[in-house]
Write a protein that binds this ligand. Structure first.
Ligand code: ADP
Length: 455
């Protein structure tokens, strides 16, 4: 039932031109393909007419030993509904052999080859008499085949063969690229989804942070009210408004008052820290004297060890600075308090000077008068700080010795809060130190107020 035809061979140069033209057209078509399926469809569509095939298809591995039809061209209409279910075993038939043996398989006459007897019925029904199968190689491994079917026992000429080989190679390379692009697109999509999730988590974390600060601010505020009452009544007791006290009672009242004061400072620090984080810390600038601010800070502190000499070095004239005095006093109280705490003997020196340098942040410089700075230096001859701890001490709740058996009290909040306040006022705090020799903490603020809004 099949006819035999022997094509009149084309002259060599014409074959060559035809081959080149077809190859160029196919290469161009591949370039515009949007995914592996389109590459397979184009290969079939463009190549079949050139080599005179009646119909064709592409099979890809579904598993190690089974190939599944993934693209088809011009199949007889009655078979089209079943294309999706078509499977071929690796190693069986022309397509299976092309994959198993990684080679071009050409069957000139299906009915002449008894090894293909199992295919005869199918060949008759589909109406083909010869076939060629070319392996599709992905990542160096034959992963499928491009198979064409011919109505007649078609003898392919050398030109057809080399064109088919060229197409199979190009198809493999393009399909590999298309698969890679598809993988990349899938990975991209996954990344985008992960990004969306991360952003949502980040927002949740931000919200949790805001709620924590809100909570801290509220609790601190609520704690202040009863503490103010305790301090008020201890003051009345100490001043003996309710009647005379014995010496012992007076000493006890003083201890209660000192403890309540310490608690009040702690709560104030917590409140400020939370408000700073919430961007709510009010700054009330005034023109004041930098030397007077240093003295005010020192006057509120308990005396240092008797072995420590305290010195203040400042110009005779006032050093005017426009800033929030209560915050500056707070910062200096922290710095001088630390110097007292960590110095057993020697000296603590507080220096006030005007500097023409610009030790603060670029934001501050952009925001206000940065022509000169007012600098407070607190120098001690205490235990000093190791180079490795120099930045960490500015982290909230961080202490060089954070152990339960540590010698020095404190919460680790002072320096972090002080630095944040200094930055809020447009300046900064820096430190120089040598273990066993001593430390110098330097607070520098713009002489003209240059606040920085912190997020
Ligand atoms: P606190 O003093 O409450 O522990 P700070 O934030 O004020 O918290 O200080 C953090 C840490 O920095 C201190 O625990 C200490 O280890 C170190 N430190 C601060 N000031 C000095 C200083 N003048 N000399 C030596 N170490 C210091």
């Amino acid at each position: 039932m099949h006819e035999t035809s022997v094509a009149t061979p084309l002259p060599a140069h014409e074959r060559h031109v035809r081959e080149l033209r077809a190859a160029r057209e196919i290469a161009h078509a591949f370039l515009t393909a949007r995914g592996p399926e389109e590459v397979y469809r184009l290969a079939l569509e463009r190549v079949a007419p050139v080599v005179g095939a009646a119909f064709g298809c592409v099979y890809l591995r579904e598993s190690d030993d089974v190939l599944r039809l993934v693209a088809a061209w011009n199949w007889p209409a009655e078979f089209r509904p079943f294309l999706g279910e078509m499977r071929v075993r690796v190693g069986l038939g022309p397509t299976g052999i092309a994959v198993a043996e990684h080679r071009f398989v050409e069957v000139y006459d299906v009915f002449a080859d008894t090894a293909l007897a199992d295919w005869w019925d199918a060949a008759r029904e589909l109406g083909f008499a010869s076939t060629v199968a070319l392996p599709v190689v992905l990542d160096g491994r034959p992963e499928g085949a491009l198979t064409f079917y011919f109505r007649q026992t078609e003898q392919l000429d050398e030109g057809d063969r080399s064109l088919l080989r060229l197409v199979a190679d190009q198809l493999s390379a393009t399909a590999e690229k298309a698969h890679l692009i598809e993988d990349l697109q899938r990975a991209n999509l996954r990344l985008r989804e992960q990004n969306v999730e991360l952003e949502a988590r980040f927002r949740e974390a931000e919200e949790a942070r805001r709620l924590k600060n809100e909570f801290l601010a509220n609790v601190s505020h609520e704690l202040r009210t009863p503490l103010t009452a305790i301090l008020g009544f201890t003051y009345l007791l100490r001043e003996q408004h309710g009647g005379p006290l014995t010496a012992e009672q007076s000493a006890s009242v003083e201890k209660v008052e000192a403890a309540a004061m310490a608690l009040m400072h702690l709560i104030d620090d917590l409140l400020s820290m939370a408000n700073l984080q919430l961007g709510r810390l009010d700054v009330k600038p005034e023109t004041c004297d930098a030397v007077a601010l240093a003295r005010a800070a020192m006057s509120g502190l308990p005396a240092p060890s008797p072995e420590v000499v305290v010195r203040t070095l400042a110009p005779d004239a006032a050093v005017p600075v426009r800033t929030d005095p209560s915050q500056v006093v707070r910062i200096l109280r922290n710095l001088v308090g630390n110097a007292y705490k960590f110095t057993a003997s020697g000296s603590v020196t507080i220096r006030v000077r005007i500097s023409s340098g610009s030790p603060w942040t670029p934001e501050a410089r952009a925001g206000g008068d940065a022509r000169h700075a007012v600098v407070w230096e607190v120098e001690d001859t205490g235990i000093g700080i190791a180079e490795a701890d120099m930045e960490a001490i500015f982290d909230p709740f961080r202490q060089v010795d954070g152990s339960a058996t540590r010698r020095y009290g404190g919460t680790g909040m002072g320096l972090s809060l002080s630095r944040q306040l200094a930055r809020r006022l447009g300046g900064d705090i820096s430190v120089r130190s040598k273990p066993g020799v001593g430390s110098t903490f330097v607070l520098a603020l713009p002489a003209g107020f240059a606040p920085v809004l912190m997020s």
